[in-house]
Design a protein around this ligand. Structure first.
Ligand code: SF4
Length: 369
């Protein structure tokens, strides 16, 4: 019969789904080479062996005002503190034009939980930006965490708020702000943000409104392996529920690592080895999300190693104040980063936004660079 590790590995190789106990066994007992091999096998169900896609993008932070007080955040300022800002439409256009000039195709907006902004304020801004840029750029208008907050502040149901965003031209609200989706973790570090079931209620409303969304995860706080597995288990079940109901699901899973510098929580960054092992576990366990994204923003060139641990996509960021304030460094030497992927045997291809609610790509450049 072999060991529990043998059985878990055999299930993956046979194309079967593993359960939570198998996932824990793989995490505890599999060596790096085995995790890489198994994750590469699962990746191969969706993507050709040497393929890799990337997107040049920026996370533009339109306000740093936030009332959530997460202890892992180096970015926010409480209302009334010195140094708060809200960017105007004109400020945003200046920032976005710089990103476009660097070859950027995707702008993700991210801000704090600003107590004075309403759904209508955001819709007005997004309408202006869509009118200004047309189809030239894709936008991830906000994270699901911000969406939940602004819907509540506007006394709107998630369904009504999602429809309002859709009608104003928004097409994407990402799964950002997820960190670790476990209520005990959330209570320790960001009790004012949301509960896990609320997060998925909002995700459902966003997807049902015809918007696209994604999954995200950040590791390296003080979370236990159980808390990480709670995140992955619920995420996989959510995607299953969507598929079983014949409804669109989440397009990708992006895995970041916590940057502890200048935060109240502090601590050490997780090692690249831990990150790669976790990426592999995500690919193997969450076998129903097509696209697994490695984070150059938080791991720099080391993120490319993730292509050998199940990832098929990565970002080339030009800015993100939130992570940069906590210690992330951004390089605009894109060719050097792409060369790192090539040296690993991959052919990086520039892409646009993912298809709404699915896993295929709609704006791929045909140019392998
Ligand atoms: S992580 Fe987001 S929600 Fe939490 S304090 Fe920072 S800006 Fe606010």
């Amino acid at each position: 019969m072999g060991t529990a590790l043998d059985r878990a590995a055999a299930r993956v190789i046979a194309g079967e789904r593993i359960d939570r106990a198998d996932a824990l066994t793989l995490w505890n007992d599999a060596d790096d080479e085995l995790l890489s091999r198994l994750a590469t096998g699962v990746r191969g169900r969706f993507h050709s062996a040497n393929s890799a896609t990337y997107v040049i993008m920026a996370i533009v932070n339109y306000t740093n005002v936030c009332v959530a007080r997460c202890d892992y955040c180096a970015f926010y300022k409480f209302p009334g503190e010195a140094g708060t800002y809200v960017l105007s439409f004109e400020d945003l256009v200046k920032r976005i034009d710089v990103v476009a000039g660097l070859g950027g195709q995707l702008i993700g907006f991210n801000g704090g939980f600003h107590p004075d902004l309403s759904v209508e304020d955001y819709c007005r801004l997004f309408r202006q930006l869509h009118a200004h840029y047309g189809e030239r750029l894709a936008f991830y208008e906000m994270t699901i965490a911000e969406f939940m907050f602004v819907a509540k502040r506007s006394h709107m149901s998630y369904a009504d708020a999602a429809k309002r965003f859709y009608d104003s031209g928004t097409r994407w609200i990402t799964g950002g702000g997820a960190e670790i989706l476990d209520d005990a973790f959330r209570l320790r570090h960001s009790p004012g943000k949301y509960k896990v079931e609320d997060y998925y209620a909002a995700q459902s409303a966003v997807l049902e409104a015809g918007l696209g969304s994604t999954a995200t995860m950040v590791i390296g706080f003080d979370e236990s392996i159980d808390e990480r597995l709670n995140h992955l288990e619920r995420l996989r079940a959510f995607q299953d529920e969507r598929t079983a109901a014949g409804r669109p699901g989440l397009s990708s899973l992006l895995v970041w690592t916590f940057k502890p510098y200048n935060t109240e929580l502090g601590g050490q960054e997780v090692s690249t080895q831990q990150y790669l092992r976790h990426l592999a576990l995500c690919r193997i366990y969450v076998d129903n999300i097509t696209n697994l994204r490695a984070s150059v923003l938080t791991r720099n060139e080391d993120a490319l190693l993730g292509l050998r641990y199940g990832a098929n996509d990565f970002d080339l960021p030009t800015e993100d104040e939130v992570t940069q304030k906590a210690g992330a460094t951004v390089s605009l030497e894109f060719e050097a980063i792409l060369d790192a992927a090539r040296r690993l045997g991959f052919v990086p291809v520039k892409r646009g936004a993912w298809a709404i609610g699915g896993g295929t790509r709609v704006q791929d450049s045909s140019t392998a660079t």
